[in-house]
Design a protein around this ligand. Structure first.
Ligand code: GLP
Length: 265
């Protein structure tokens, strides 16, 4: 696992956006015509990364014309046009401003009449697209990746999940501060779905993520902190601002800084 540390979330977001754009451009050059398959996340964390990607698309530095995306999760039972649905979020912060084809955008339907069939079909669609080139994710304060709450199997695949009270309370800031308004269930790709990507890029900003980052990087691989599953991934990068690495051991911090310095020599 590699850890990129920047002073601020703004700088870390620029790093992530440019990294993603470089990967899209690299595949377009190496395998012309082949789509780039990306996993995308929601939350406050990726907003600046999406803003930079939008700028890059508008400036002609990258194109999403040959990108296929799959979002990682969606609330169950929330109308698609609800302002806090992940459908609304993605259109507002990314899709409405880039050149990705509407038919290449995939988001789980949290109102599907047969939720299990919806989740199964999602896994099949990811496979049919050729699997993920890159998965962009965030992390919950308890170390959850997508909506894989503590004690989700590290072998999990897309399914309906029950949200913990902690997550509903944390996410209540988007629902007028009332945790009861936060849906109790979601559909989420599994830990194994994310880790099946060729590359996984996780963003973590702010001191509230420091414990999750410490557990994921220095702790054991455990379903207690599902992000720790990243330790088994051959190509995982965690992009942090300084507060998010505030709980790492000084030696771990120095190690990751030294690796990045050495690679840039
Ligand atoms: C939710 C999402 C996660 C996201 C997390 C952190 O639980 N399901 O995908 O990573 O929130 O959100 P934020 O970026 O707002 O801190």
């Amino acid at each position: 696992m590699n850890v990129i540390i920047r002073n601020t979330s703004a700088e870390a977001s620029l790093w992530a956006a440019r990294h993603i754009a470089a990967k899209i451009n690299e595949k377009a050059a190496k395998e012309p015509g082949k789509p780039f398959v990306i996993g995308l996340c929601t939350g406050s964390t990726p907003i600046e990364t999406y803003a930079e990607l939008i700028r890059m698309v508008k400036a002609g530095e990258v194109s999403f014309k040959n990108v296929i995306s799959f979002n990682m999760d969606e609330y169950v039972g929330l109308p698609e046009d609800h302002p806090e649905s992940y459908h609304s979020f993605m259109h507002k912060y990314l899709f409405d401003h880039i050149d990705e084809k509407p038919e290449n955008i995939h988001i789980l339907n949290g109102n599907a009449p047969d939720p299990a069939a919806e989740c199964e079909a999602y896994e099949k669609a990811i496979e049919a697209a050729g699997g993920f080139d890159l998965f962009l994710g965030g992390v919950g304060e308890d170390g959850h990746i997508a909506f894989n709450e503590p004690f989700s199997s590290l072998q999990s695949r897309t399914r309906v999940v029950t949200l913990t009270l902690d997550t509903r309370i944390v996410n209540s800031r988007f629902f007028g501060g009332d945790w009861k308004q936060v849906p109790a269930q979601a559909m989420s790709v599994g830990v194994a779905t994310v880790l099946g990507a060729k590359e996984v890029v996780i963003l973590a900003f702010g001191g509230k993520k420091a414990r999750a980052i410490k557990d994921a990087i220095e702790g054991p691989i455990s379903h207690y902190c599902t992000l720790s599953g990243m330790q088994n991934h051959p190509n995982g990068i965690v992009v942090c601002d300084e507060p998010a690495v505030g709980e790492l051991k000084v030696n771990s911090y120095r190690y990751f800084k030294a690796v990045e310095e050495a690679e840039n020599l």
